[in-house]
Design a binder for this molecule. Structure first.
Ligand code: SAM
Ligand code: SF4
Length: 326
């Protein structure tokens, strides 16, 4: 069992496969010419399988593939096939671009769920956010996942003045689509020029929905990081991930492994433990995992205490989101 000083049991591993991506979301990737890690520095398929098994032996029951864009890795199908053999719920967060090309691998792996990120329903705005003209591909691939009966959620990072006017367009989608739309408060990471006035808060999101719809809170699932709501007559529902204004740290069960094999006990942790180098030297990684989790701070990596409006993002020591694995 992987337990920290506060009695939190960690049974959910978020595994980044790469820091490479086929989009360039401005809030995630610092620069257009960002240098991706060379392939040799990434965990190789056998190393991913080995480390995943160490975590599973210690009680990990859910693995989410993320990145960068996990589905851009050429060996992603082989990695997914190997992880699908483990006794875990396998999930994936993707920008959706390669879902059609990989649909047979996705179906064969029996994913418990796929989260697709889509911040706007307007093709022009999609280009502005991602610097790529691929809106229709993502939208069609969400339809494809639903046609194939795969449990799908849509991640929407809400930013003031950018897409806060589209909240109810996403809600309208849930009338016919059995999806959960997850509105995410904008978070600060290295190089993403976060300022507090760009955050569209949990309260503001709810106010926007309540102005047009009746909403009912849904019971929280264990270790849930989103507050969920249903809307009468809608097949889907929506939730809000309020990391900035009302974090969920007390029930946190997440551990993160970056694509270059560094363990992070929190999305906002300063320190990392280099499991991949230790593994390559033949050292005992379990000892390192336990030490890393024991050092976990009570809240937000110990870095973002106090009101988010007073936060100076430049004082936070971290990597960029694309480099951590969201
Ligand atoms: N490429 C995949 C994708 O876009 O879904 C997986 C990786 S991405 C880093 C994971 C999630 O983090 C996406 O939903 C993305 O929108 C979100 N994200 C990235 N930067 C963020 C930020 N600064 N604040 C909040 N969410 C962010
Ligand atoms: Fe790529 Fe996902 Fe980051 Fe966008 S949010 S740049 S799709 S990793």
């Amino acid at each position: 069992m992987i337990e920290d000083r506060f009695g939190r049991v960690h049974d959910y591993l978020r595994l980044s496969l790469t820091d490479n991506c086929n989009l360039r979301c401005f809030y995630c990737m610092p620069e257009e010419n960002y240098a991706f890690a060379p392939h040799a520095r990434l965990m190789q398929p056998a190393e991913i399988d080995h480390l995943a098994r160490v975590f599973v032996d210690q009680g990990v029951r859910k693995i989410r593939l993320t990145g960068g864009e996990p589905l851009v890795r050429k060996d992603a199908p082989a990695i997914i096939r190997a992880l699908a053999e483990l006794p875990v719920q396998l999930a994936c967060t993707t920008n959706g671009i390669r879902v059609d090309e990989m649909i047979s691998d996705i179906e064969a792996a029996g994913f418990a769920g796929i989260n697709v990120s889509l911040d706007t329903l307007q093709a022009g705005k999609f280009f502005k956010i991602t610097r790529r003209d691929l809106f229709h591909r993502v939208r069609n691939n969400i339809s494809l996942l639903l046609e194939r009966g795969i449990r799908t959620k849509i991640n929407v990072v809400v930013m003031k003045g950018l897409n806060d006017d589209e909240i109810n367009d996403f809600i309208a989608l849930t009338r016919e689509w059995p999806v959960e739309v997850r509105f995410i408060e904008f978070m600060p990471f290295s190089g993403n020029r976060w300022t507090s006035n760009q955050v569209f808060t949990y309260r503001e999101i709810l106010e926007a929905v309540n102005a047009e719809y009746e909403t009912n809170p849904l019971p929280a699932e264990p270790n849930e990081t989103a507050r969920r709501f249903s809307i009468p007559g809608h097949q889907g529902n929506f939730s809000v991930i309020s990391t900035m204004t009302a974090p969920f740290c007390a029930g946190c069960n997440r551990i993160r492994l970056t694509a270059d094999g560094k363990l992070k006990n929190c999305l906002f942790s300063k320190s990392e433990t280099d499991l991949l180098s230790a593994l390559r030297r033949g050292e005992d990684v379990l000892l390192l995992i336990m030490e890393n989790i024991r050092a976990k701070a009570r809240e937000l990596g110990g870095q973002m205490t106090g009101n988010f409006e007073n936060l100076d993002a430049r004082s936070i020591e971290n990597r960029s989101m694309i480099n951590i694995g969201g």
